[in-house]
Design a protein around this ligand. Structure first.
Ligand SMILES: *[C@@H]1O[C@H](CO)[C@@H](O)[C@H](O)[C@H]1NC(C)=O
Ligand SMILES: *[C@@H]1O[C@H](CO)[C@@H](O)[C@H](O)[C@H]1NC(C)=O
Ligand SMILES: *[C@@H]1O[C@H](CO)[C@@H](O)[C@H](O)[C@H]1NC(C)=O
Ligand SMILES: *[C@@H]1O[C@H](CO)[C@@H](O)[C@H](O)[C@H]1NC(C)=O
Ligand SMILES: *[C@@H]1O[C@H](CO)[C@@H](O)[C@H](O)[C@H]1NC(C)=O
Ligand SMILES: *[C@@H]1O[C@H](CO)[C@@H](O)[C@H](O)[C@H]1NC(C)=O
Ligand SMILES: *[C@@H]1O[C@H](CO)[C@@H](O)[C@H](O)[C@H]1NC(C)=O
Ligand SMILES: *[C@@H]1O[C@H](CO)[C@@H](O)[C@H](O)[C@H]1NC(C)=O
Ligand SMILES: *[C@@H]1O[C@H](CO)[C@@H](O)[C@H](O)[C@H]1NC(C)=O
Length: 189
């Protein structure tokens, strides 16, 4: 499960009935207990996590609030007694939204060809790719930045698009390439 930094996430206890039938069950993160329950008493949030976690009524689903990147990891609900059993398990990854995509086009024209050199920078962990388009026919480039986000530069009709994305967000930048008429031939901008 991928979540954006600062957002909340609800983890569902898929085997609530089995949990109710056990004498002890818990929600844990990595090696720490977040919520413990000794039925029929209601579940309680472990002290250090109060405010960050909320147990939803009846379902025993938990709401993780204001998630940060350090909260990424494996969340597990398990019954400990009388039978030990994993009830639900989630692999949570918290990601920042991507930075903006910054597209620039360098137009180089002469009498026989029109070349657009396209560069897209994506924020801090910048990656820059160059795409050559001859007479408005461009290829396509895909790349991955140092922080694991993806950069995709492609042509759509009369536009060049650079899309910077990860699992939780995307940002794109679009530039028209149609405006470059024959009178531009010979100029460089
Ligand atoms: C839990 O269930 C709710 C409602 O069906 C759903 O919106 C949510 O995405 C589920 N959580 C996860 C982590 O799959
Ligand atoms: C919970 O216990 C009841 C009564 O003993 C039983 O009928 C039911 O099948 C149990 N459910 C699960 C999921 O173990
Ligand atoms: C959890 O998900 C992350 C991101 O997809 C992955 O890198 C990691 O290996 C996963 N962990 C487990 C234990 O599957
Ligand atoms: C991309 O980021 C810029 C600068 O932050 C913003 O103005 C623009 O609306 C964003 N575009 C999308 C599609 O999110
Ligand atoms: C544009 O491309 C031309 C030809 O490759 C190069 O000489 C020029 O310096 C480039 N301009 C910019 C602003 O990158
Ligand atoms: C126009 O530019 C292309 C690509 O840079 C080059 O191959 C060609 O020789 C140039 N033609 C003229 C007439 O300068
Ligand atoms: C680009 O257009 C010019 C002028 O119409 C033509 O001479 C040239 O062959 C074209 N180049 C390509 C690669 O299509
Ligand atoms: C940007 O890069 C600098 C130096 O590499 C780093 O210190 C900073 O934390 C980065 N900022 C973001 C938002 O990634
Ligand atoms: C950008 O990439 C994201 C994630 O792959 C996708 O959901 C979105 O539709 C793309 N947007 C454009 C304009 O290509």
């Amino acid at each position: 499960v991928f979540v954006q930094t600062g957002k909340d996430l609800i983890l569902n206890l898929t085997e609530a009935e089995f949990a109710q039938n056990s004498t002890f069950w818990s929600w844990g993160f990595e090696r720490n207990s977040l919520v413990t329950c000794v039925p029929p008493s209601p579940p309680t949030v472990v002290n250090t996590y109060t405010g960050r976690i909320e147990v939803l009524e009846k379902t025993y689903n938990v709401k993780l609030k204001n998630l940060q990147k350090s909260h990424s990891g494996i969340y597990t609900a398990k019954a400990a007694a009388p039978i030990e059993r994993i009830l639900t398990e989630y692999n949570v990854t918290v990601q920042d939204p991507v930075s903006s995509a910054d597209l620039t086009i360098n137009r180089t024209f002469n009498t026989s060809s029109r070349i657009f050199t396209v560069t897209c920078r994506a924020g801090n962990s910048s990656i820059s790719s160059t795409l050559r388009c001859e007479n408005k026919t461009c290829g396509e480039i895909r790349g991955v930045t140092a922080s694991g986000s993806s950069l995709h530069i492609y042509q759509l009709k009369e536009s060049i698009i650079c899309n910077h994305s990860n699992q939780v967000s995307f940002n794109n930048s679009v530039e028209e390439i149609e405006d470059y008429c024959p009178q531009d031939v010979g100029k460089t901008s």
